[in-house]
Write a protein that binds this ligand. Structure first.
Ligand code: PRP
Length: 211
């Protein structure tokens, strides 16, 4: 049996599509209801919070995982990258209230932005990204509804994932800078890659060939 960790929420439909296209059984997975562990044929699927998928794979709870590279970049889990599925495309971006956009001419303006208050749930990725931009920031860690922070004036901007842009627009925010292309990636546990059991190898090959 091979265990694969999958993210709950808006990415799950794309994950089902990836597995189905690769020829893996997904009938029960499509009808998971509140079940967190679904066994189908020789596969066991685990349904986890997206941010937990990298750690579940790293700690050996699953041999494979599918998760956005926004999440793997934020985590410090040791994983082997298997493939970029190209599905679930979105971007990491800095966004700010529309009326404040003039402030953010990032190139050459880093000093003026020193002390910028950034709301995000991606603390590590934000630290790295703003460091690369040469901007010293203060981070307000939130766990969701990040857009609230600039709307309420408790942060100057947000650093978050943007898919359709609808949430930004609805809250009077606009993209200042896109910093990372994001999509769903297949990742594996290091030891699973080293051991490379037949079912693991066959599954990895099937997924790669179907992309
Ligand atoms: C994410 C993200 C944005 C939104 C972007 O939140 O944090 O709020 O999606 O998507 P859009 O560009 O299509 O509007 P999510 O829905 O995962 O919920 P959260 O606010 O609880 O993190």
């Amino acid at each position: 049996m091979l265990t694969i960790a999958l993210p709950t929420g808006r990415s799950l439909d794309n994950c089902v599509k990836i597995l189905e296209t690769a020829g893996l059984p997904v009938e029960k997975l499509k009808d998971a209801k509140r079940n967190l562990v679904i066994e189908e044929g020789v596969y066991k699927y685990l349904l986890a919070k997206p941010t937990d998928v990298p750690y579940i794979v790293e700690w050996g709870g699953a041999s494979l995982g599918i998760v956005g590279n926004d999440v793997t970049e934020e985590s410090n889990a040791r994983l082997v990258h298997i493939a970029d599925t190209g599905l679930g495309k979105c971007v990491m971006a800095i966004a700010a209230p529309e009326e404040s956009l003039e402030r953010y001419e990032i190139a050459g303006n880093a000093k003026n932005l020193a002390g910028l208050r950034v709301a995000t749930k991606y603390v590590h990725l934000a630290e790295r990204t703003f460091k690369e931009l040469g901007i010293q920031i203060k981070i307000l860690k939130l766990n969701g509804s990040i857009e609230l922070a600039p709307v309420q004036g408790i942060a100057d901007c947000i650093f978050d994932v943007v898919q359709t842009g609808a949430t930004l627009k609805a809250n009077g925010l606009a993209v200042v800078k896109e910093t990372l292309d994001v999509s769903l990636h297949v990742v594996a546990r290091e030891s699973a890659v080293e051991i490379n059991e037949p079912l693991f190898a066959k599954t990895v090959m099937a997924i790669k060939n179907s992309l």
